[in-house]
Design a protein around this ligand. Structure first.
Ligand SMILES: [Zn+2]
Length: 251
């Protein structure tokens, strides 16, 4: 019993000592570890943002030949004649659209023209016509008028690929004339031809590259993937897109 009492007294003493110590601690207005104003708060570096993915150019610029006259990407200009020069596509078909001259094109390009003319009518009420499409080497001999800025020499004409068409309003207004660019038909074609795989091959400000003056009527079929890529990148000539030499003149 005596031992138990002693333990109780010892315990009570510890409590008193603790209370005194606690009072002392409470009266202390000095700095404490918990509220040290000189301590710099720890700033953890924000987790690094993952860098935005670099735009990956997934477009395969080697998907088709630029030289083979049967390739939908063949580049024909004053430095790049068709090979052979009297090349004639084997898959020419009649293009079932309104026209001034009976148009022939390669099947794929013909189908695209039909879709494009239909869309021009459905979306904008515009009626288009073909003014010229495939022209053979011998036909080009008759077309070439000696002016290298406006007509191609035989063997150097994009029309000989069977992938190119000159388009105008069915009314005939501004046919094969730069004023087509101001008409609704010319504006619609300029803005929408890419959706059907065509490019405006001879833009107004690219004569030093293409070798030809502005032809708002002349559209070249290159397929939807390339036409879309050129539309999205804003690179408007085949020469610039593929890094080929400018072709202002015959070599
Ligand atoms: Zn043309």
């Amino acid at each position: 019993m005596a031992l138990s009492l002693s333990l109780v007294l010892i315990a009570a003493s510890v409590v008193v000592i603790g209370a005194v110590a606690g009072d002392d601690s409470n009266g202390d207005t000095g700095p404490s570890a918990a509220s040290d104003p000189t301590e710099t708060p720890t700033v953890r570096p924000a987790p690094a943002e993952p860098p935005p993915p670099a735009p990956v150019d997934t477009f395969d610029r080697a998907a088709h030949s630029l030289d083979d006259p049967m390739s939908i990407w063949v580049v024909v200009n004053k430095l790049r004649p068709l090979t052979p020069q009297d090349f004639e596509p084997p898959d020419l078909v009649d293009v079932p659209v309104e026209h001034t001259n009976e148009p022939l094109l390669r099947q794929e390009a013909s189908d695209a023209v039909v879709s494009m003319f239909q869309a021009a009518f459905d979306e904008a009420g515009l009626e288009l016509a073909s003014n010229s499409a495939y022209r053979s080497y011998s036909a080009q001999e008759n077309v070439y008028d000696g002016d290298d800025l406006t007509t191609a020499r035989p063997g150097f004409s994009e029309h000989q690929t069977g992938l190119t068409i000159d388009i105008g309003p069915l009314s005939g207004e501004c046919s094969l004339d730069p004023c087509l660019a101001e008409l609704p038909e010319g504006i619609w074609l300029r803005d929408n031809a890419w959706r059907f795989g065509f490019i405006l091959r001879y833009p107004a400000d690219k004569t030093p590259v293409t070798g030809y003056s502005f032809e708002p009527w002349h559209f070249r079929y290159v397929g939807v993937p390339l036409a879309t890529e050129m539309h999205e990148t804003g690179v408007v000539t085949l020469e610039e897109f593929f890094g080929l030499p400018a072709a202002p003149d015959y070599g």
